[in-house]
Design a protein around this ligand. Sequence first.
Ligand SMILES: [Zn+2]
Length: 361
Amino acid sequence: MGEVKCPECGSKQLRLKDRRLRHPRHEDWGLRQTYLELETKKWHCKDCGRFFWQRFPGILARMRASEPFRQAVCQKHFDGISRSRLGRRERISPATIERWFGVWLRQKAGERISVQCPQILGIDEHFFTRKLGYATTFCDLRNHKIYDVVPGRSEASLESYLARLEGKDRVEMICMDLAAGYRALARKHFPQARIVADRFHVIRTVNHHFLGCWKEIDPVGAKNRGLLSLMRRHRQNLKPEQYERLSEYLRRYPALESIYRFKQRLCSLLLEKHHNQKKCHQLAARFLRYVADLKACQLHHLVTLGNTLDSWKDEIACMWRFTRNNGITEGFHTKMEVLQRQAYGFRNFNNYRLRVKVLCS
Ligand SMILES: [Zn+2]
C-alpha cells in the first residue's frame, strides 16, 4: 500500500483520527460474488489542516465497487447481456449498470476520439426511429471506421453540424448515393473534395425506373415474381435456361425487349471500373449518348432516369476511375441495426451515437 500522504500538500506529518471497515464489491470469483474487507483510516494533516480518508488504488472515492468489478460488468453488458439479467446475476440494480455503462462508454469514446475529418468520407442515410426518422452516417472509408452519426438527412438538419466540423479541407473524396441534398452539402462544405457516386445505388436507380416502365407496358407480367427476379439480374448472372425463359417472354413484347437490351448495355457500362483517364473519356461519350437516348424517348420513367443520370454524370464518371464505394458504410448499418435491437431501441440519440462510435471503430 505504501506510505499515506496528504492528497492536498503531500505531507507525511499526519495524525490518526478515526478508523472504519469498508466492504467494496470486487470482481467475481467464478460464480461467487466477492467483497473486499479493507480497514480505512481518517487522517488529519498537521501541515495544511486537511482531514481525509485514506484512498486505495483501484477504488475511487466514495465508490462501493472496485474499478475491476465495474469494468467487468460494463464489458459483460457491452457483449450483449441485458441490464436486467446482468443486474439479477450480480445483485445490482439495472439503473446502476446503466450509469456505470454511460461512464465507461464516454471513457472509451474519449480514448479513440479523432478530431480530424477522414480523407475518404462515405455519406449515407439510415433509419433511426419512427419519431426521429432518419440519421446520416459519416464513415471513414480508408480506416473502416464510423466517423460520426448525426440525426436527420435534410440539408437544414446537417447544416449546423457541418458548419462547425474541423479539418474539412483534409477530405479528398466523398462517396454517396444519388441524393441531391447530400451533394449540395458536400459541394458547399468540402469544395476541394471529389464526389464519387456509389455504384450500387446508381444501378438500383436504373433498375427502379426500368421496372416502373415495365409495369406500364405489361402490368400483369410485372407482377410475376419469377420474371421480376430474372429481369433484375445482370445478363451474365443468368443461367442459359433462365435466359431462354426471359427471351421467350420478351419476344411477346418487342418494345420491352429493346428497352431491356438498352438497360443491360447501360448497366454493363456502369459496372466498368479501374480505368485510366483516356478510357474514361470514351466511356463518358458512350454514357452521354445513352442519356440523350433516354431523354428523347416518350416513356416518362425513362425520361426521369435520363434526367437523374444527366445531373449526376460527373460523379458517375468518377466511379469508373475510382473504386471507392459505400459498401463499408452499408456493412456498418447492419451492425448498427443489431445494436439497436440489442438495446430494444434507443430514445436518446446521444446514447445511440456514443455506442455507435465505440462499437463501430
Ligand atoms: Zn496537507
